[in-house]
Design a binder for this molecule. Structure first.
Ligand code: TXA
Ligand code: MG
Length: 319
């Protein structure tokens, strides 16, 4: 199986028909790595029960081993067998799964997700994705699959098969091409272990959406050590220097617009936050290829704008 040492060719990019799903599932069961589309971003999938496959994921991403991975499973019932879910956590799960929500719960003693995938923690981050290709792959393997975003650690997450091929193409076995990701931002991560939910990573499921099902949401890990390593200050980063809340570009800057007006690229000419989220990572990548400095238009700090600004602030942070 690949992630083969010495591979110099880009892994095959497959149209995700039944044959390709079968090939990819066999590869995963043998310890290989497959890039799979999800509704949020592309994931670098490996068998969560296989420590060798998980170790390879960390190596390929150059990811610090203390940063745990999200386990993806085919059904809510499977998820409930892997972790301890409170009644409230179950309500969130039933309401938002399949979909772009990750819940952090205590792992059961019988969880099949290996220690390395959980970075030795007693917790487990888990979600049931909605994308039909991810679902087909999970069903075909019958295993939980860990799938961090399919980018080198700290870089921009991929929202197309071409992004994955460019970043990690020589380091994995297959890339399943499911087109552009509909959400474009990584899943909302909620610590669901306590009396009230704690937001560890904002995403397209907003704080209001969560509060409507399980009230009392607080924002976790602002001060001190990040609870969720995805809270690391610099993350999702392009090479270019980013200037946020810019009303207009300065000399030599590309302008990433939002709403009507001139821009090098526009996240959403009609000022739709949903469209902006879906375009964010691919437009940052495009501008990063041609410019050293990028000015970004102000994004309203409400609803989905919270998640977009969260990613922009991390991308801009040069500490
Ligand atoms: O949308 C997504 O979640 C994508 C797709 C592929 O599913 N995956 C993704 O994975 O973004 P990754 O590995 O790039 O981000 C996982 C986030 C990190 O911030 C990690 O620190 C956090 O989840 N995480 C994982 N396990 C955790 C745990 N046990 N406790 C707290 N945070 C955890
Ligand atoms: Mg990531």
């Amino acid at each position: 199986m690949g992630a083969k040492r010495g591979r110099t060719m880009t892994a095959p990019v497959l149209k995700p028909d039944a044959d390709a799903i079968k090939k990819a599932a066999t590869c995963l069961l043998e310890g290989g790595l497959v890039a799979m589309p999800t509704e949020t971003v592309y994931g670098l999938a490996g068998d969560a029960t296989n420590p060798d496959a998980v170790a390879r994921i960390y190596r390929v991403k150059e990811r610090p081993v203390f940063n745990p991975l999200i386990a993806h499973v085919a059904s809510i019932e499977t998820a409930f067998g892997q972790g301890r879910f409170s009644e409230a956590a179950r309500m969130l799960a039933r309401h938002f799964w399949p979909g772009p929500l990750t819940l952090v719960v205590k792992a059961t003693h019988t969880t099949t997700v290996c220690d390395l995938a959980r970075a030795g923690l007693e917790t487990l981050a888990i979600r049931v994705p909605a994308h039909p290709v991810a679902r087909a792959l999970l069903e075909a393997t019958g295993r939980p699959l860990v799938a961090p975003s399919a980018n080198p650690s700290g870089r921009i997450s991929p929202t197309s098969a071409a992004h994955v091929a460019a970043d990690l193409g020589t380091k994995l076995d297959f890339i399943l091409d499911g087109g552009d990701c509909s959400e474009g931002l990584e899943s909302t991560v909620i610590d669901a272990r306590g009396e009230a939910p704690v937001l560890l990573r904002p995403g397209t499921i907003s704080p209001n959406d969560i509060n409507a099902i399980w009230p009392g949401l607080t924002r976790g890990g602002e001060a001190g050590a990040p609870i969720s390593p995805g809270q690391l200050l610099r993350h999702y980063a392009p090479n270019a220097r980013l200037r946020l809340n810019a009303a207009a570009p300065g000399p030599g800057e590309a302008y990433l617009g939002f709403g009507p007006g001139d821009a090098t690229l526009n996240l959403s000419p009609s000022a739709s936050l949903t469209e902006a989220a879906a375009n964010l990572f691919s437009m940052l990548r495009k501008l990063d290829e041609t410019h050293d400095r990028i000015a970004v238009a102000p994004i309203p700090e409400a609803g989905l704008g919270l998640a977009i600004n969260d990613r922009l602030e991390r991308a801009a942070n040069r500490d």
